[in-house]
Design a protein around this ligand. Sequence first.
Ligand code: HEM
Length: 204
Amino acid sequence: MVSSRRNTTASLFLWTGLLLFAGLSLEPLLRMPASLFLYHPILMVGTMIFITEGIALLQAPTLPASAHKQRKTWHGYFQAIGLIVIEAGFTAIYVTKDRNNKPHFSTIHGQLGVMCVMWFTAQAIFGSILAYFPRLVGNISQKKQYWNWHRQGGYVLLGLMWITSQTGVRSTSMLALQRDPILINFHWLALGLVSLGLLLPSTL
Ligand code: HEM
């Protein structure tokens, strides 16, 4: 089990934000007929939950080394699931567009999205090499430097993925399904809560 020393206020903010984001993103889909397309938003919302929590669980500041090691293992599991889910979500939209003879990567969302999929894949491969095949990457100081890159790259990628998700929920077809256009603004609240959930542990 993951030891529970993470700040509870931060967790509360994070999970309220994640659930609000999931609800706001998925509710409009209830007004859509079943199709392969539906898997895309559903799986991408799942990815966002896995990768965000997978990073947040590493943020407990006062953990003993053994507990931190355990957290890193869980981080790996969460990101591995996130990777499988993002590849499936990408396949769902790619095949949908192919079947409908629509051009690929023709919107900002699609362009940012394909960048996220490639970056996430590279990030996961790099992290796995550092964790499981450290001999491939040189001496201890090089390894430290590479872990730093992985950590900083991960935060930048997480930000890019949240931006991409927001362009997705605001894409023309999703906006057309909104019950009330006002509701889209609640995404700002969700983003604020998720940001607080991630930023609070580093300020405590
Ligand atoms: C980080 C998460 C996400 C990634 C990486 C992503 C990735 C992509 C990619 C690569 C495409 C273009 C595929 C192609 O042109 O062949 C696309 C399209 C689309 N996505 Fe996402 N997506 C994400 C989240 C979302 C969310 C949360 C929604 C809605 C709730 C959404 C809705 C759509 C829609 C409606 C399209 C078709 C229109 C367009 O190409 O802009 N996506 N997505």
